[in-house]
Each structure stands twice: as C-alpha cells, then as structure tokens.
Design a protein. Structure first.
Length: 282
C-alpha cells in the first residue's frame, strides 16, 4: 500500500462536510462535482483523465484495494483514510463498500457528440428514475453505443443512484445533459441519424424492422418515461415509433429491459458481419 495518510475520524471535518453535501443536486451543480462509490466506479474514475479529485477510504478498503489507491494517487487525487463512521456519513448507500470518490463533472457538449458522427445513440426523454437512467446508460455502453443524451426533462446524470446503476459506464462514453428533446432529435437528424421512438403502442414492430433491413444505418433510440412512455409530440418527431414484440404472456417490459433489447437489435444490425464479445455478470 502507498504511504499512510492521517485518518479522518470526525464527520465534522470540512473535507467530509463538503463531500457529504454532494448528495444534493444544488450543491453538485454549484461545485460541478459528484460522488462515485465502490471499487468499480472509483477505478473507472481514476482511469478517466482529470476526473477523480478526492478519495475517501476506510483502512480495510485501502488495504483490500491498494491498487485502486495507487491509481487514484497517480491520477493526482487527494486520498484520505477515514473510519467507517465517516464513510457512512458520506455514502448514499445502505452498505458502503469503503471507497467514496469525489469527481469532476464529465458530460460532453451535445455539439461535440454530433461532430463525432455517432452510429448508435440512446436519448433519454422524460426518464425520471435514476436507477433506470443509469441502467440504460450501462446497456448503451455494453451495446457499443457512441453516446447517450439526457434531455432537460430527465433525471440528473450525477444523482448517486444513477452513477451507481451505471456501474462505471458513466466514464466510458460521451453523455450530453440538459438538451431539449426537440433539439436532440433535430441535431441527430441533421447528422444523418435515423430516429426511432421506443413505445409499447408503436405502429412498427421491432422484428419487422429487423426483417426489412432498415436498422443497419446510424440510429438514435428515444426512450420515454417509466410510467407513461413518450408523449405524442415526442413520438411525432421520430422517423418511426417501434414496439418490442411480446411473444409470451408478459404484460409489458420495463424501461431498462426494453432499452437493452432495442439497442442490441441495432448493434446486431449494424455489426452483422462482425463478431461480438460476451460477458459474464459478476
């Protein structure tokens, strides 16, 4: 393990107080900082240039994840050893894993995403649940999407639940935030991207789209609210409104599951002649 750092034992420490406030959106926006918890997220943050600012770790976690502590210090982050009560005070989880990082905002301007000429994009329009947003981001990353867009009507990207649910994918691909859905769709269309709105009541069937061979080109999927889907004015912006077929007796699919199906369908169509990599869930 790298040289020891004096242990923080008081939740009243100014450093601890400053980190704790980042659980609140207004403080995150003011400081342009957010929390990343657990070894996976902290490791990804340390590997992402100039992102990890500060790291709090219990002595046990610092010994268990000595490599992460070393990576954090190599990335220029300040490392604080802290007792369990301090970590519990900062953490937003019921069972903290002993590592809490303070990170700089890393969202990407929407214009930069368009300049990259993306082939597969997930647009989260009216997605309010932070866990769903993070899971869709993770699905987009796994499917090989080049970008994710969170509209101005969606949840905060840096909500601790969103960050946790992304399981590190937040650090892997460009994410634009606060973009009006009309602007997102217009910009993507101008960049030559076909817009597909995912909706259970869609007039087009995903299987039919695949059979027709219409999904091989650049595509953006627009996903709506967990409870009421996409409003009519948003559906009207799309080139097609597509439903995931239900072949069994299930009433519907939840947002994250439907997003995974849609994104992987596009990835398969776009990479029909390429191999794919399988992963095993940890």
């Amino acid at each position: 393990m790298p040289p020891a750092t004096p242990e923080l034992i008081s939740p009243r420490s100014p450093r601890v107080s400053a980190a704790r406030r980042l659980a609140r959106r207004n403080f995150r926006g003011k400081e342009r900082l957010f929390l990343a918890e657990g070894p996976q997220a902290v490791r990804e943050a340390a590997a992402h240039a100039s992102t990890l600012v500060e790291l709090f770790a219990t002595l046990d976690a610092a010994e268990r994840y000595a490599d992460i502590i070393g990576e954090a210090r190599a990335a220029g982050a300040r490392v604080h050893l802290a007792d369990d009560l301090v970590i519990a005070d900062i953490s937003t989880t019921v069972t903290p894993q002993g590592l809490v990082g303070v990170c700089r905002f890393l969202d990407t301007p929407f214009e930069d995403i368009l300049r990259g000429r993306p082939k597969l994009v997930a647009v989260l329009a009216h997605v309010r649940d932070p866990g769903n947003a993070g899971t869709v981001l993770r699905c987009a990353d796994a499917a090989g999407a080049e970008a994710v867009v969170l509209t101005d009507a969606s949840v905060d990207l840096y909500n601790p639940k969103t960050v946790r649910a992304s399981v590190g994918s937040l650090f892997h691909l460009p994410v634009a935030v606060g973009v009006p859905v009309e602007q997102a769709v217009a910009g993507l269309k101008d960049a030559g991207v076909r817009i597909l709105a995912a909706d259970g009541a869609g007039t087009d069937d995903l299987d039919d789209e695949l059979d027709k061979g219409t999904m091989g080109g650049p595509t953006a999927w627009v996903f709506g609210n967990e409870a009421w889907g996409l409003p009519e004015e948003t559906r009207a912006l799309a080139d097609a409104v597509v439903r995931v077929p239900i072949h069994g007796k299930a009433e519907s699919l939840n947002l994250a599951t439907a997003a995974a199906v849609c994104l992987y369908a596009s990835a398969r169509a776009q990479r029909a002649s390429a191999g794919c990599r399988s992963v095993t869930e940890s």
